[in-house]
Each structure stands twice: as structure tokens, then as C-alpha cells.
Write a protein that binds this ligand. Structure first.
Ligand code: HEC
Length: 180
């Protein structure tokens, strides 16, 4: 009897752990792909200082994503990859963010990469949390996972709020002041 009770509790805790970790239905495999060489081969669409310049966010697009130069062209073409890189910045001797002669922040270490890829029929696995034809993954600079595909339902769910009229991309190249 005791054993049955223990296994029931164990099974229950497994179920809760899985639900908490996955946040909902999500793709089982990585169809986004680590964007090797994005810093050199993708176009910089926008940079945004964060945390009073302690961090610098850079949004990159591959050729297909960068072809979106005006929102009248939406939706993004299939094959589009958007990368949102967060990096720490170089600090001066007083601990304040250092700037180059032109007043730009200097990137130090890449802390993480939010990546979304659009392809035909992508996103089906997110079920009710689907945001268009995109799938989402978050990588470290070395290609390991911060948010693997099976835990990416949160990404898709929040991008629903960007809206179908923006193809579920909050900003991409386009900064909407006050709407971030
Ligand atoms: C709580 C809401 C929320 C969650 C969760 C979220 N995002 Fe976003 N995401 C945003 C917002 C808001 C922006 C726009 C930020 C900006 O432009 O400064 C954004 C921007 C992006 C961009 C740049 C393109 C764009 O939409 O402007 C990518 C790529 C991205 N997110 C991927 C991801 C991935 C991958 C995950 C999960 C690991 C994720 N997001 C989770 C809200 C969210």
C-alpha cells in the first residue's frame, strides 16, 4: 500500500514537473537551427540599449527577413530568420558603460540569442499558443540551449500579442516607440 502511494506521488510530481517545464504544447525537435555566423552574414536591423546601457540588444535578420523594409510587405517570406541578441557592454573604470568616439556602446559578451524562423506550416505544434508560421528557440553563443524547442511555448504565446497584422513580430526592423 505504502509503495503504491509513493509511486502515485512520484508519478504526480513527474507530471507537474513536466507541465511546469514545458509551459504547454511545443515542437519536439529544433527546426529553427542555430544561426551560425549570424553576426557576420545577417543584416543588423536595429540596436536597443537596455538596463541603462549595461546591456545592448541587437536584432539581426537573414536575407529573407531583412527584405522586409516596409510593413506594407507583411507577412515575412518563408525562410525568414530573426535573431535578437542580448550582450553585456564594456564598462569603464567607474563601472559605467563605456562608449566609443561616436557615442556608441561597446559590446562585451553575448548572453543569449532569441531566434525565430518562419517556414510553411511551422508553429502547428504550439496548438492554441501558436503565433503564425514561426517556431522559436533560445541559444547561448556556443549553440547550446537556454530555451530548447520543447520549452518554447512561452515564446509563441507572448508573440501572439504582437498580432497577426504584424505577422507576430513585435518590432523586427521597425521600432514602435512606447509599444515594446
Ligand atoms: C513576455 C513576452 C515575450 C516572451 C515570453 C518572448 N518574447 Fe520575443 N519579444 C517580445 C517583445 C516585446 C519583443 C520586442 C523587443 C524589442 O524590440 O525591443 C520581442 C522580440 C523578439 C525577437 C525580435 C523580433 C521582434 O519580434 O521584434 C525575437 C527573434 C524574439 N522575440 C524571439 C523570442 C523567443 C525565441 C522567445 C522565447 C525564448 C521569446 N521571444 C519570448 C516579447 C516576448
Amino acid at each position: 500500500m505504502k509503495n503504491i502511494l509513493f509511486s502515485a506521488i512520484f508519478a504526480l510530481s513527474l507530471v507537474t514537473a513536466t507541465a511546469a517545464e514545458t509551459n504547454g504544447p511545443a515542437p519536439a525537435t529544433d527546426r529553427v537551427g542555430f544561426p551560425t555566423n549570424y553576426a557576420k552574414s545577417y543584416e543588423v536591423l536595429r540596436t536597443v540599449p537596455r538596463d541603462e546601457g549595461k546591456k545592448l540588444v541587437t536584432v539581426y535578420g537573414n536575407r529573407a527577413a531583412a527584405s522586409m523594409t516596409n510593413r506594407t510587405q507583411l507577412p515575412y517570406p518563408n525562410g525568414s530568420v530573426l535573431v535578437m541578441e542580448t550582450a553585456s557592454t564594456v564598462k569603464d573604470t567607474t563601472g559605467q558603460p563605456a562608449k566609443d568616439a561616436a557615442g556608441n556602446l561597446l559590446k562585451d559578451k553575448v548572453l543569449g540569442l532569441h531566434v525565430m524562423r518562419r517556414e510553411k506550416d511551422f508553429g502547428v505544434a504550439y496548438a492554441e499558443k501558436r503565433s503564425g508560421e514561426w517556431e522559436f528557440v533560445e541559444y547561448r553563443a556556443d549553440g547550446s540551449y537556454l530555451t530548447p524547442p520543447e520549452k518554447s511555448a512561452n515564446c509563441a504565446e507572448c508573440h501572439i500579442k504582437a498580432g497577426a497584422e504584424k505577422d507576430f513580430v513585435y518590432n523586427g526592423r521597425f521600432a514602435d516607440p512606447g509599444k515594446q
